[in-house]
Design a protein around this ligand. Structure first.
Ligand code: C2E
Ligand code: MG
Ligand code: MG
Length: 561
């Protein structure tokens, strides 16, 4: 029984254990179910939350859509407004552009007109002279070329007249360029006034004018025109309170005799003009074949002169001036020489007039003055007895505006005392425009420079000016001294000139003394000083130093040089 009970017990136990296991399982399942239930509830909660969110989102979406629709509509309205404004704007801009186009068109037209006017003006300028508005060299060439063509086809003649004002440089130098310019304008007007419409008056530059007569029957027609021009220019020109007198020299060349082309005709007329100048100015000359050789020669000298200063080809010779009583050297005259590279030593007569004509005398004159002052200073520094040094002064130099200034500068630079410097001026230089001469002479005298009238007796001196000017010495021209022995008249003139000088309290010097007789006569007439080959030729500076040391040797007159 027991066993049975035990078995039963055991079985009960097992069953209890199984029940317990079942119970445990059930409880686990219950637990799981409860967990699932919990999860389900959580999911439900989430779902409900999602649903809520969805609803909110849906609502928001709806709102958004509504908003977008509104925004779209607004945008459309705005766009519509903007496009209206834009089209208004465009309209305005279009109008503005239109207006600008109209303005631009007007401006372009004005501009085109201005360009045309400027072109015309440029063309005018290219063919006319600025100062006188006459045709210039370019236009003349053109017209001359055409006139030659026509004359050649018709077998006719034409004339070219080259005109150059006489001594225009003096006016320019003494009264200034403004007065000079006004005078050129006045001359241009008168020239235009005395030619035919078909003639061309042109200005070549400077004081040179060319007249083209394209139709002439005979050469005499040109001569008549030249006479008319000379007469028309004669009355004084009223320029800035000055009454200016100016004359003109004219050279004429005729086609086809004196040249078949423009250039040759112009050159021939220029050469002829030169001859008009040489034969006393204020006249006209027809070209002649022989004139060419002289023109070539002149050109040769002129171009050589242009280089001579830089190449140091000039030199000075000095001729003593003697006190006739004591026989002592009181001064020397500086005389320029040109050591020409091909022609040897040239005298002033061969180049000074050309240098005066082309204005080169100004730099050359300054060189002479400086060189002479340096030499005088050098003799003094060498301890030789102080003497005066005389320098010849051309009209152009004397009238140059800087003449006094240059003179002072040179005296200062060379440290020569002004009282040792003598300026030799001819009567024609002194008496032309006597009023302004008087002022310059007094300025020179104030400076302490001495003044001598050169070649006295060959020009025209106003005695009243001769006494008024601060002149120290009259130099009687050598032509009187030369003829004195053979012509009683000349001897009387010399006597008169000596006494004139004495009365005016001026020293008198006789130039070109060659003989003992001349010397004796002058000494007897109480002439103060003498200069000439009888005492000494013009010599180099070294020789003067020797003469100053040793004196003039006796009997030089018998063997000059
Ligand atoms: P001028 O001023 O009357 O000078 C005197 C001229 O007479 C010099 O000629 C001189 O050599 C010459 N002579 C001197 N004694 C006698 C003589 O006994 N018999 C002869 N027959 N002649 C004599 P030169 O040197 O040929 O000068 C000629 C002219 O050239 C000068 O005449 C002067 O007017 C000019 N001249 C000379 N040098 C210069 C210069 O530096 N500047 C300028 N502007 N002109 C100058
Ligand atoms: Mg002289
Ligand atoms: Mg002289």
């Amino acid at each position: 029984m027991d066993d049975e009970a035990t078995i039963r017990n055991r079985e009960n136990l097992v069953s209890t254990r199984e029940d317990a296991a079942h119970l445990r399982e059930d409880s686990a399942t219950l637990r799981e179910d409860s967990a699932t239930l919990r999860e389900d509830s959580a999911t439900l909660r989430e779902d409900s939350a999602h649903l809520r969110e969805g609803t909110v989102q849906a609502r928001e979406g709806e709102t958004h859509i509504r908003e977008q629709t509104v925004a779209k509509r607004e945008r459309k309205i705005r766009e519509a407004e903007t496009s209206k404004a834009a089209s208004d704007d465009q309209m305005i801009r279009l109008q503005q552009v239109n207006a600008r186009l109209v303005t631009a068109t007007i401006e372009a037209k004005t501009l085109a007109e201005q360009v045309q006017a400027a072109k015309d003006q440029l063309d005018h300028l290219a063919h006319h002279d600025m100062l006188t508005d006459l045709p210039n060299r370019v236009l003349l060439q053109d017209r001359l070329g055409q006139a030659i063509d026509l004359a050649s086809r018709q077998g006719k003649q034409l004339a070219v007249m080259f005109m150059d004002l006489d001594r225009f440089k003096h006016i320019n130098d003494s009264l200034g360029h403004v007065v000079g310019d006004h005078l050129l304008q006045s001359v241009a007007q008168r020239l235009v006034g005395c030619v035919r419409h078909s003639d061309t008056v042109s200005r070549q530059g400077g004081d040179e004018f060319v007249l083209l007569l394209p139709y002439i029957e005979h050469a005499e027609d040109a001569a008549l025109s030249a006479q008319k021009i000379i007469a028309m220019l004669a009355p004084p020109h009223r320029i800035d309170a000055h009454d200016l007198h100016i004359s003109i020299s004219i050279g004429i060349s005729i086609y086809p005799d004196d040249g078949k082309d423009a250039e040759t005709l112009l050159t021939s007329a220029d050469i002829a003009m030169f001859h008009a100048k040489e034969s006393g100015r204020n006249n006209y000359k027809f070209f002649e074949k022989e004139m060419t050789a002289q023109a070539v020669e002149r050109q040769f000298i002129e171009s050589g002169l242009r280089r001579a200063l830089a190449r140091q080809e000039f030199l000075l010779h000095y001729q003593p001036k003697i006190n006739l009583c004591s026989g002592a050297i009181v001064g020397v005259e500086a005389l320029i020489r040109w050591q020409h590279p091909e022609r040897g030593l040239l005298l002033p007569a061969e180049f000074v007039p050309i240098a005066e004509d082309c204005g080169l005398i100004l730099p050359i004159g300054r060189w002479v003055l400086r060189e002479a002052c340096l030499q005088a200073r050098a003799w003094q520094d060498a301890g030789l007895p102080p003497i005066t040094i005389a320098v010849n002064t051309s009209a152009l130099e004397f009238r140059a505006r800087d003449f006094l200034k240059d003179m002072r500068a040179i005296l200062e630079e060379t440290r020569l005392e002004p009282r040792y410097l003598v300026l030799e001026l001819t009567e024609s230089v002194l008496m032309r425009d006597a009023e302004s001469t008087d002022a310059v002479l007094h300025a020179l005298a104030y400076l302490g420079v001495k003044l001598a009238v050169d070649d006295f007796g060959t020009g025209y001196s106003s005695l009243s000016y001769l006494s008024k000017f601060p002149i120290d010495t009259l130099k009687i021209d050598q032509s009187f001294i030369n003829r004195m022995g053979s012509s009683p008249n000349d001897a009387s003139i010399v006597r008169a000139m000596i006494s004139l000088g004495k009365n005016l309290k001026q020293r008198v010097l006789a130039e070109g003394i060659e003989t003992q007789e001349q010397n004796a006569f002058l000494l007897a007439q109480q002439c103060d000083e003498g200069q000439g080959d009888y005492f000494s030729h013009p010599v180099v500076a070294m020789e003067i130093a020797r003469l100053l040391t040793n004196g003039i040797p006796e009997g030089l007159s018998n063997n000059p040089g």
